[in-house]
Design a binder for this molecule. Structure first.
Ligand SMILES: Nc1nc2c(ncn2[C@@H]2O[C@H](COP(=O)(O)OP(=O)(O)OP(=O)(O)O)[C@@H](O)[C@H]2O)c(=O)[nH]1
Ligand SMILES: [Mg+2]
Length: 391
């Protein structure tokens, strides 16, 4: 599957940058392309400058609202982010129009954090505009949810997140939910290592997108999972799971014929990886609520066998009994095995519902505080009514 990637705000831009890097890896190691174009859109010049791999010109690192923010961001005011996106939407539409192989693009992938200002406000406005322009391309959003400590300490976090989720859900074909907190629960040193978190967010897409683009004969799976399968699976609220097991780089030749014990050891490793995948979903949810799902196992050919693939299918069926399940296998180079799972069209997502209910109070509180500030300012002004002024 080949995607066009657009990241909004700091978080979205950095993750789009990471997608550009896995595309470089796919090109150099596998001779295939999985990203047809990568862009970062921001109101903040410094954030755009800090990226690594997205082309460093104004057509790929797109500054919006430059005059209004002087290139310094919107400081968490997502309504301002949305307004600027409306005004400067053409810059993004034009950049997409100039992508060389746009016709080969299967889908558009947009990314932002929900709690900030620029990305959170701009993403849905621009998705709506892109959709009007490119009717036949599905648009999938990756939305990064805030850390727990941000929910507790920063007032606008819950409110921004709720408004962003409601808006993007109404315009995107599917919304991948990625909970930042999930990554530090796994490894607390990651709190200070946002780049590493971004790599972990993007890694599952590498084999998922490569599998259907693969051209080297011995790397084509028995059951290829291609863009069609992914597009058929993605709808509405979506979560992902990913598990990876390291494998020896060199396989020692065995004197004995492959026996049952050996086969069952491989199967066991596969099932273990699958279990890890399900226990490490990008957001905690009930897999039973998924109505569509897919899984892809990628491993060196001799590490995959029919029993393993069958067992993975059975285990997936028991985890997501209400879902239509698609699947594939992808024979890759030596060194590791990984399993990607997508659970889509979830009928219920507790965390999203929680943002919605909690933000109702937050919206009132934000309005109350803004009103107090405005009242105070006008009272102070009133006190100067009888004075002359030089201006
Ligand atoms: N995973 C991840 N989360 C990030 C990253 N950068 C920021 N965040 C999270 O995103 C939220 C803040 O949003 P930003 O993307 O920084 O905000 P922005 O869209 O640039 O908007 P403003 O700076 O307010 O104009 C917080 O919840 C951060 O924890 C990143 O590179 N990776
Ligand atoms: Mg910013």
């Amino acid at each position: 599957m080949k995607v066009l990637v657009v990241g909004f705000g700091q978080c979205g831009g950095r993750i789009a940058d990471e997608f550009n890097q896995i595309n470089n890896r796919a090109k150099s190691r596998r001779g295939i392309e999985i990203v047809s174009g990568a862009f970062a859109v921001n109101t903040d010049t410094a954030d755009l400058t800090g990226l690594y791999s997205i082309k460093a010109d104004y057509k790929h690192r797109i500054l919006i609202g430059g005059e209004r923010t002087k290139g310094h961001g919107v400081a968490k005011l997502n309504e301002l982010g949305a307004e600027i996106a409306r005004e400067d939407a053409d810059k993004v539409i034009e950049a997409i129009r100039d992508v060389k192989h746009f016709y080969e693009t299967d889908a558009i992938l947009v990314i932002a954090s929900a709690a900030g200002g620029t990305g959170s406000g701009a993403i849905s406005v621009l998705v709506q505009r892109i959709k009007q322009r490119y009717i036949d391309k599905p648009i999938y959003a990756i939305i990064v949810l805030p850390f727990e400590h941000e929910e507790q300490t920063e007032e606008r976090t819950i409110y921004n997140t709720a408004v962003c989720l409601k808006s993007i859900y109404s315009v995107a074909n599917a919304v991948f939910l990625i909970d930042n907190q999930r990554f530090i629960r796994k490894d607390s040193t990651l709190r200070n290592n946002i780049i590493k978190i971004n790599q972990l967010i993007v890694e599952p897409f590498y084999n998922l997108f490569c599998a259907g683009e693969e051209k080297r004969k011995k790397h084509i799976g028995t059951k290829v999972l291609d863009a069609g399968d992914i597009i058929q699976t993605l709808a509405g609220w979506t979560v992902m799971g990913y598990g990876k097991s390291e494998l020896p780089l060199i396989k020692l030749p065995s004197i004995l014929p492959k026996n049952f014990v050996k086969k069952s050891a491989e199967t066991h490793k596969g099932i273990q990886t699958m279990e890890e995948t399900i226990s490490e979903l990008s957001l905690r949810c009930n897999p039973g609520d998924a109505t569509k799902a897919l899984y892809l196992i990628s491993a060196p050919t001799d590490e995959m066998n029919i029993t393993l693939i069958k067992e993975l299918g059975d285990s997936m069926k028991s985890i997501a009994p209400n879902a239509i399940i698609r699947s594939g296998d992808y024979p890759i180079e030596r060194g590791y095995m990984d399993v990607v799972v997508i659970l889509s069209q979830l009928r219920e997502v507790e965390k999203v519902r929680k943002y919605y209910t909690e933000s109702i109070g937050a919206a009132e509180e934000i309005k109350r505080k803004t009103d107090i500030v405005e009242d105070k300012v006008s009272e102070t002004d009133k006190a100067s009514n009888d004075l002359p002024t030089f201006i």
